[in-house]
Design a binder for this molecule. Structure first.
Ligand SMILES: Nc1ncnc2c1ncn2[C@@H]1O[C@H](COP(=O)(O)OP(=O)(O)OP(=O)(O)O)[C@@H](O)[C@H]1O
Ligand SMILES: [Mg+2]
Length: 400
């Protein structure tokens, strides 16, 4: 049904339906423009041999030798016989051959990380997607679950959520119907080998009401539904990353219940810091309430990330120092600075890891990659510390 709003009571009436259609078609044009690409046309990132060797954990010479003696296929070349970069799928084949896959063992728990803060716009989706892609590039098996009906993470994979996807492609059917046993139906491959996505679209918002209504009728265990869904797929993943909506609703609560690790992005501004204080107080209360029902989440790690940091602003520098004092080791050492490279990649509905060249300048891109890799590698270390098989090795190497 078309809905309309009056502007200042004037004769001019705007149709919300028409506006929604117009904005959606602009988004489609943005995505289809030469600067971006649809989900099924996205190219895997590629890596030159030096970088490939570093990521695989062998020398370039070892890779060349394996190519020469046929253990690996001939290196990819252009029509003029020039070497081109290796794809992530090829890197993963090399890891298989060299025995350098970083996977957890069957007895290590799957790491389920919620990138959470109830405040909007703090960089949750940006961090979720870059973290998931970073881990996939390093050879982990990753699932990214977009739990937010705004679907920002989904958009960064080249989808126009309300045109390209239906509610059946999202978490919605699983949250709605108790008889669906696995989330498998919603997982889809992405252009990052080893990274699968459960996308979202606006219809997912409906489940906020539905879960709340059903819980009001006494179905408290619905809060466990997300955890059940993750348990149904976690066997074949090392890490599950959850990108929740910016509010304490039924979905956020289920995300908290399902997660065994929490990463909280906080821009160093007074407003964001104060919202984070409120988030922590609410988190504390929520954990207590869940504990009363015997449903307390067991967090293996909780890390704060200073996000969207602009150190040219003296107030932000002060807040960052204050956050470091308060959170101590809880705050990731590398700040995720505000970067034009992230801004510009997002404007193309892409990520910094996906672009093979700078949108800004090489210097800006390299600095941005240094922040992203710095933050993500600290989280990767926490993930590995969750796994007894890795923790022992890290201790032996003196890295933990
Ligand atoms: N480090 C950064 N540098 C530049 N821009 C950034 C950075 N982090 C996030 N942004 C931009 O800030 C905006 C909000 O980021 P994002 O969507 O990740 O936040 P969010 O917390 O997921 O928001 P919501 O609460 O609406 O889900 C986006 O336009 C994103 O591109
Ligand atoms: Mg978001």
């Amino acid at each position: 049904m078309a809905s309309s709003i009056d502007i200042d009571g004037a004769a001019d009436t705007l149709s919300v339906t028409a506006l929604a259609q117009r904005t959606s078609s602009v988004l489609q044009r943005l995505r289809d423009s030469a600067r971006s690409a649809r989900a099924d046309e996205r190219r895997e990132p590629t890596f030159p041999i030096g970088k490939a060797a570093e990521l695989v954990g062998r020398t370039p010479a070892a890779i060349r030798e394996a190519e020469k003696d046929g253990r690996l296929p001939q290196p990819p070349r252009t029509q003029n016989n020039r070497r081109v970069g290796y794809t992530l799928a090829q890197l993963n084949d090399m890891r298989g051959l060299f025995g350098t896959r970083p996977w957890r063992t069957g007895t290590d728990p799957c790491s389920v990380i919620a990138v959470q803060n109830f405040k909007g716009g703090v960089g949750k989706s940006t961090l979720s997607v870059h973290l998931a892609q970073y881990l996939a590039i390093r050879g982990y098996r990753v699932a990214l679950i977009d739990c937010d009906s705004q679907a920002s993470a989904t958009t960064l994979f080249g989808y126009v959520p309300d045109l390209d996807l239906t509610e059946d492609d999202t978490l919605y059917p699983f949250l709605r119907h108790d008889d669906i046993e696995s989330l498998d139906y919603a997982l889809r491959k992405t252009h990052f080998d080893g990274l699968e996505l459960i996308p979202a679209n606006l219809r997912l918002f409906q489940s906020e009401y539905e879960i709340a209504a059903r819980m009001a009728r006494g179905q408290a265990n619905l809060i466990d539904r997300m955890a059940q869904g993750i348990a149904s797929i976690s066997d074949r993943f090392d890490v599950v990353v959850l990108d929740p909506p910016p509010a304490l609703g039924a979905i956020s609560l289920s995300v908290l219940r399902a997660a065994n690790a929490l990463v909280v992005p906080v821009p160093p501004t007074v407003m964001d810091f104060s919202s984070t204080a409120a988030f922590l107080a609410m988190l504390d209360e929520t954990i207590e309430t869940l504990a009363d029902r015997g449903m307390a989440p067991t967090l293996k790690f909780l890390r704060f990330v200073a996000s969207k940091v602009d150190e040219n602003k003296s107030m932000q520098k002060e807040m960052l120092n204050l956050m470091r004092t308060i959170f101590g080791h809880g705050i990731v050492r590398t700040p995720l600075k505000d970067s034009a490279e992230i801004d510009n990649a997002t404007a193309r509905l892409m990520t910094v890891y996906e672009l093979d060249g700078p949108v800004t300048s090489s210097a800006v891109r390299n600095r941005c990659l240094a922040y992203l890799d710095g933050v993500n590698s600290e989280i990767e270390l926490e993930v590995r510390m969750m796994w007894p098989s890795h923790a022992a090795r890290l201790r032996k190497e003196g890295r933990a």
